[in-house]
Design a protein around this ligand. Structure first.
Ligand code: ATP
Ligand code: MG
Length: 648
């Protein structure tokens, strides 16, 4: 018996308003049903039609070749270039003067690039790369602040046929070094620095430390952003602006094979050492194009803002490739959400009249903690659609987002996907799917998702098990860089012929998927397998709590006992009284067996730099053992130390 139990039931439902439905790209449930069926029953016809909406340089001969499973080949024989898909087609057409990127720096400086201007800048950047000898088949590592040049550099790499490997600008030099070596990168693109919470992130300095003593990188291209002093290695280091003056702004895009590598990207490291995920060109673009179009319901006049960093898959797929392939106007912001004040995001939404807003549960919980007044001060009436990604969102955080940010008017798309999947896999389609707080709802077109038991048999209604995908999809990863065996082993060996990447889920009577967190995090109390997600959600539903993480620690009697780490809202008093109340609250909501044996108040929880709670580290703390495993992706080491010091 290895089912994950399910105890919380959520009765709230939010169908799209008539107004939203009528104006949306897809508002007819019958039409949705027909398209979904076609995407599953006749994927060649469905995906062939979608791919036909992109500009190819040479048409494909075959939509899918799955003969070498689990390595898929999509749009076999076709040729295209990602920068031409995202920029040229718009710059040469009616969108030439449309805003492509609307950027704000943390200090408040602003820049706007139309599609025509973006085209010029991408070509210029590509010619600089060529001038430095970067060419087709190379790998280029990017370590950039969130400035337009980050997106421009990605597109420029794509234009010359080099694969980019973006490393989040908050990572240390060790992470850069590991990734340079793993990918065999020959050039690095960085910046003198970037602004974060009023301070300069010394990016060039980290790159210098990373490359110290290793061979192979012939060029470090430095974009000037903050104007600070930087170290310089003659011959290797070059200022971007100096070379940019010398090159032309004409640059023909390379004709890339559909299956040529577009980029490598390492996972966020919630469960262990990050894996180098490999994505190719054609299928990835088709997948991100279509999901952006339907999940975000993109319309010509939308101002779309995804708050992720380009260093994560969300930034790749939903700041750069997906929205730009659709010719959308994309807002990009450099800095922290609470600089200069906790209302920075909301003042930007109001200033830019943002219509579609996509962020992470960790950010939403931070906004809740900072207080409603910061949201309420601003006019957010331009918003029409909200989204979340990265972790399960607790129903109470979802409700807060809906009420306070969305004015009870905007649908919320809770999107489940992974670095590996490339594009959104489960999500409401906002014009047709009735949403439920905390639920990622239904599979996207072409996604054949299921919940199975340990033998791979599909489970029944509300039975919790393993979330798998049964058919290949265009934007799926093609492998782990340099390690085909580990690819098979990691994703395809647990169940014969099924893709499984670690998450548990259940499916309710409406066929909706509820992601229950990672199966490795499941807690086993006296033979009951409990999802961390449900216990955490019940804690967060108490008015005093804004964030909670629960883990199992070894227990002689029950196998495992629950330890809960809880972060409180601004006015809640920590203490034994509240502790008792919270334990009772869980007991009432879920049952006695889910009662935390131990409940600790914490000022902060250990998170990855993308903001996800790292339960594996909390497990070690709860068990009182040294932290084992990779901590290079941890956001803040002092959090671990202060959690360990805790005793009362
Ligand atoms: P690693 O694979 O190194 O442990 P990671 O899984 O956190 O890191 P990502 O690819 O960034 O790396 O994250 C994907 C994971 O994030 C999913 O497998 C899932 O656990 C979680 N996730 C993403 N979106 C959602 C969502 N909407 N609901 C629930 N979980 C989500
Ligand atoms: Mg993962």
């Amino acid at each position: 018996m290895t089912r994950i139990e399910h105890h919380l039931s959520e009765e709230r439902r939010f169908p799209p308003s008539e107004e939203f439905r009528a104006a949306s790209r897809l508002g007819d449930p019958a039409e949705y049903e027909r398209l979904y069926r076609e995407s599953i029953d006749d994927p060649d016809s469905f995906w062939g039609r979608v791919a036909g909406e992109l500009p190819w340089m040479k048409p494909w001969e075959r939509v899918l070749d799955w003969s070498d499973a689990p390595v898929a080949r999509w749009f076999v024989g076709g040729q295209l270039n990602a920068s031409a898909v995202c920029v040229d087609q718009h710059a040469r057409g009616e969108r030439a003067q449309k805003r492509a990127i609307v950027w704000e720096g943390e200090p408040g400086d602003k820049r706007t690039l139309t599609y025509a201007e973006l085209h010029t800048e991408v070509c210029r950047f590509a010619n600089v790369l060529k001038a430095r000898g970067v060419s087709r088949g190379d790998r280029v590592l990017l370590y950039m602040p969130m400035i337009p040049e980050a997106a421009i550099a990605m597109l420029a790499c794509a234009r010359v046929g080099a694969a980019h490997s973006v490393v989040f600008g908050g990572f240390s030099s060790q992470a850069i070094r590991d990734r340079v070596q793993d990918a065999g990168a020959t050039a690095v693109i960085t910046s003198d620095g970037g602004w974060r919470r009023g301070k300069v992130l010394e990016l060039k300095h980290e790159v210098d430390a990373a490359l110290d003593g290793i061979e192979g990188v012939h060029t470090v291209l430095v974009v000037k952003r903050v104007g600070n002093d930087v170290g310089w290695t003659e011959g290797r280091d070059v200022w971007y602006h100096e070379l940019a003056e010398q090159v032309s702004t004409d640059c023909e895009p390379e004709a890339m094979d559909s299956e040529d590598v577009l980029f490598l990207l390492y996972t966020s490291g919630s469960t262990g050492k990050p894996k180098g995920i490999q994505h190719t060109t054609g299928g990835y673009l088709v997948g991100t194009y279509l999901t952006s179009r339907y999940v975000f319901d993109l319309r010509e006049d939308d101002v779309y803002w995804c708050t992720a960093d380009v260093g994560w898959i969300t930034g790749h797929s939903y700041i750069v490739y997906g929205p730009l392939a659709n010719g959308a106007t994309v807002v990009m912001y450099e800095g922290a959400p609470n600089h200069p004040g906790p209302d920075r995001f909301w003042s930007m939404v109001a200033d830019h009249r943002v219509t579609v807003f996509y962020t992470a549960p960790t950010a939403i919980r931070a906004f809740m903690r900072w207080g409603d007044e910061h949201v309420e001060r601003h006019d957010l009436s331009s918003l029409r659609l909200l989204g979340t990604v990265g972790e399960s969102i607790n129903p109470e955080a979802w409700m807060w987002y809906r009420r306070k940010v969305g004015g009870d008017r905007c649908p919320i798309v809770d999107t489940w996907w992974q670095t590996e999947t490339g594009a959104i896999m489960l999500s409401p389609l906002p014009g047709v799917t009735a949403t439920k707080p905390g639920c990622a709802t239904v599979p996207f077109f072409g996604v054949d998702a299921a919940v199975v038991d340990e033998t791979g048999q599909e489970l029944g209604v509300d039975e919790g098990g393993y979330l798998v995908v049964r058919k290949p999809w265009p934007s799926m990863l093609r492998g782990l860089w340099g390690d085909p065996e580990r690819y098979r082993e990691t994703y395809w060996s647990r169940f014969d012929g099924l893709y499984f990447a670690g998450d548990g889920a259940r499916r309710d009577a409406d066929g909706y998927f509820w992601v229950l967190g990672r199966v490795d995090d499941v807690i086993n109390v006296s033979g009951h397998r409990l999802s961390t997600m449900e216990v955490e959600s019940s804690l967060v539903s108490h008015p005093a709590v804004v964030e909670a993480a629960v883990v199992g620690r070894p227990d002689e009697l029950t196998g495992q006992a629950i330890t809960a780490f809880v972060t409180l809202g601004p006015d809640a008093p920590a203490g034994d009284e509240l502790r008792k109340q919270l334990v009772e609250h869980v007991s009432k909501e879920i049952g006695k067996l889910a009662r935390p044996a131990e409940l600790r108040f914490a000022n902060a929880l250990p998170k990855t730099r993308s903001g996800k709670i790292m339960r594996r580290l909390l497990r070690d703390i709860a068990a009182g053992v040294e932290t084992a495993g990779d901590t290079t992706t941890l956001e803040d080491f002092t959090v671990l130390a202060s959690l360990r010091k805790y005793d009362d």
